[in-house]
Design a protein around this ligand. Structure first.
Ligand code: ADP
Ligand code: MG
Length: 331
């Protein structure tokens, strides 16, 4: 198997497979940012590609293994999403190679910004939250009840090993007060097969180019519980509300707009389960195996305490209620 991060090896590979005619005018740059793949930018005379190669051990401190065959899910996800949402929100899929556990897609042309970087700098561009919510709503609405997609993406092994285990099960083991809440949610999630779920719908996996959001990183895609994506995304917005005290009101408002716009686009949603996923992700990102790196130790313990209060405080009707109660608890 080739090492995609070895420029010489990658170049030889691309030429041998006929993707490039020669090395002239080709530059290869390793991209930072991901933890579960090698990601390499290849500029060539006719354009630019990104080669993504799945890692067996994720680049995190803990032992976290995941079968690199998941690169196929990502490739299949790119092809499926291209039928569900407008092309401007995706990078074009080029080819995959199962033996070398890699795929190739068009590179997003500069200039662009990472959506997470933008948000963490306190900048919320007009319309960005509505797009973030709307694209997700479209994915869910367009895939709901689709038997062919349910079959193709029915295997949820990667969702189990990359989400349920390290996020929810690890948090349940670490926080006994939340164990029942999380275990019930895991059971409910496993029992739900409603729509295509992105599984990693984080601002970190979104690039912003000319005010258009472009989605990346589809390796956890599966047919399951769409409320998970809503909870995952809103937990990112709420954690930023927590961390960026100067922008707290703006991020609480952004979370509430996200939910409203998501509902408008998706047309239908399990509001209560989305609320539970939101709290579960808020908790998992401070008590699970993959803590949010920008939260300080103080912020992490405060977020944990707030989540336990939210869980004890009774029924959470929808993510709007979560946003309001989370904001009230931070004061
Ligand atoms: N098509 C692309 N065009 C430009 N940059 C990309 C592209 N794909 C990935 N990247 C860059 O590489 C980073 C990691 O990619 P990602 O797909 O999220 O990998 P991982 O699964 O390891 O998180 C992204 O945050 C982005 O900065
Ligand atoms: Mg990523």
């Amino acid at each position: 198997m080739i090492d995609a991060e070895d420029p010489g090896e990658l170049l030889d590979y691309l030429i041998a497979r006929g993707h490039l005619t020669g090395a002239s005018g080709v530059t290869v740059t390793n991209l930072a940012g991901g933890v579960s793949n090698k990601t390499v930018l290849v500029h060539h005379p006719a354009g630019a590609w990104v080669i993504k190669q799945a890692l067996a051990q994720l680049r995190v401190q803990a032992t976290w293994l995941s079968d690199p065959a998941r690169i196929h899910s990502e490739a299949a996800g790119m092809r499926a999403l291209a039928r569900l949402i407008p092309a401007r929100h995706l990078t074009r899929f080029l080819f995959e190679d199962a033996d070398n556990r890699l795929l190739a897609m068009e590179a997003v042309p500069e200039p662009f910004e990472n959506f997470k970087t933008q948000l963490l700098s306190g900048q919320i561009e007009p319309g960005a939250i509505e797009q973030f919510a709307g694209v997700l709503g479209q994915i869910h609405a367009a895939s709901a009840g689709d038997a062919a997609l349910a079959r193709e993406f029915g295997d949820r092994t990667f969702f189990e090993s990359l989400r349920l285990a390290p996020y929810y099960q690890a948090a349940a083991a670490a926080v006994p007060d939340a164990a029942h809440f999380l275990d019930t949610l895991i059971t409910d999630t496993r029992a739900t097969r409603q729509a295509l779920v992105h599984g990693d719908y984080s601002p970190k996996n979104v690039l912003v180019r000319n005010r258009t959001l472009i989605l990346l990183d589809h390796e956890v895609i599966h047919y399951g519980d769409p409320a998970f994506d809503v909870g995952f995304a809103t937990a990112h917005l709420l954690s930023k509300a927590h961390h960026l005290t100067a922008h707290q009101a703006a991020f609480i408002d952004a979370t509430r707009r996200f939910w409203r716009h998501y509902l408008d686009t998706a047309g239908d949603a399990d509001a209560e389960r989305a609320a539970r996923h939101s709290v579960a992700c808020l908790l998992a990102r401070v008590a699970g195996k993959s803590p949010l790196e920008y939260l300080s130790a103080t912020e992490q313990s405060r977020q944990l305490a707030v989540c336990i209060d939210l869980i004890r405080g009774g029924r959470l009707a929808d993510p709007d209620v979560v946003a309001k109660r989370f904001a009230a608890a931070l004061v």
